[in-house]
Design a protein around this ligand. Structure first.
Ligand SMILES: Nc1nc2c(ncn2[C@@H]2O[C@H](COP(=O)(O)OP(=O)(O)OP(=O)(O)O)[C@@H](O)[C@H]2O)c(=O)[nH]1
Ligand SMILES: [Mg+2]
Ligand SMILES: [Zn+2]
Length: 302
């Protein structure tokens, strides 16, 4: 079996896997018409001697990005992921809790373990540091491991992070400009991934990393630098299932009087009561409502 990197490109640091160029034949594209990209980073495939991909193995999971047009097509970001890291910044750019919670819910739906990295701590003033700490406390309490660092200087955490990523395929996600490529460079101590100019961060639609790419780092670390994402979308996540992917809300949802409670207006709703008591953070509840009422968005479970 040969591992084929995305778009026939892989970048290898220190450890050198055999890299081959390969492509798929037209008829294979047709077998998977709902996806704009039939072979994605993280896929395991068979390749013949001519460089044609003859088989794509079943994916244990995959993450889909919101389609930018109204067609039914989806764009798969990556497959066979062992860990998803969400990189978050308080400023430059702002990462909203709605975005964070959508990402977490989507990854939960795929049963992909998640951890969060709050980056650019060197830039924050006292108020921003406080805001970051509040968010870290919130997400750590729910059960997500959080790290706070600056890619400009993260030597102290490097060992721990390398151990966390070791022997795994990790998807690194977050808005454009949060520092994903910088993080990969910091980990491997080389300028491997192309880093954007900070002044461009606010210009919408300008992504420095434009396609998903897998980096092979020492310690058997395989990390996928995915382009900055604006939002996650998918189909088939039923409205009544959304609470399943909000761990903090789910524990209360089971105690509601009505089994089909939407947790919006019903009497004896344990979720509404927990929000009132401060046991569920308001931002989390708002993200839940946001997903619940988002008629135009569809969610997909892979
Ligand atoms: N001050 C500061 N700047 C950082 C830090 N991490 C990254 N940057 C800067 O932020 C800008 C964007 O970094 P990138 O690594 O290109 O961001 P990205 O997430 O890969 O962006 P896309 O490829 O567009 O998705 C660059 O100018 C980096 O030098 C940090 O910890 N502190
Ligand atoms: Mg990048
Ligand atoms: Zn309820």
């Amino acid at each position: 079996m040969v591992e084929i990197p995305p778009e026939s490109v892989a970048v290898s640091v220190s450890q050198t896997p055999k890299i081959v160029s390969a492509d798929i034949k037209g008829n294979m594209r047709l077998q998977n018409i709902r996806s704009t990209n039939p072979v994605v980073v993280g896929d395991w495939v068979e390749v013949d001697e001519q460089g044609w991909i003859t088989e794509i193995y079943d994916r244990k999971n995959y993450i889909v990005r919101k389609s930018t047009n109204l067609s039914k097509q989806t764009h798969i970001l990556a497959a066979n992921i062992d860990l998803a890291i969400l990189m978050v910044t308080i400023t430059n750019p702002v990462t909203t809790t709605t975005f964070i919670d959508r990402f977490l819910a989507t990854a939960e739906a795929y049963e992909v373990p998640i951890c969060m990295i709050f980056n650019k701590i060197d830039l924050y003033n006292e108020a921003e540091k406080q805001q970051m700490q509040t968010l870290m406390d919130l997400y750590q309490k729910i059960g997500y491991t959080c790290y706070a660092l600056s890619c400009l200087d993260c030597e102290d955490l490097k060992g721990e992070l390398m151990a966390l990523l070791s022997h795994k395929i990790t998807l690194l996600s977050g808005h454009s400009g949060v520092g994903k490529s910088s993080f990969i460079n910091a980990l491997c101590g080389e300028t491997t991934a192309k880093v954007g100019d900070l002044s461009r961060v606010h210009h919408k639609g300008m992504h420095t990393t434009t396609f998903s790419q897998m980096y092979h780092l020492p310690n058997d670390i395989r990390i996928i630098d995915a382009p900055g994402i604006k939002g996650f979308g998918s189909v088939d996540m039923k409205k009544e299932e959304i609470t399943h992917y909000f761990k903090d809300i789910f524990q209360y949802a089971q105690q509601c009087r009505f089994s089909d409670c939407s947790h919006t207006h019903e009497a004896h709703c344990a979720v509404l009561q927990a929000v009132k008591n401060g046991d569920i953070a308001l931002s989390r509840y708002e993200s839940y409502l946001n997903m619940l009422t988002d008629e135009n968005e569809k969610y997909r479970i892979g």
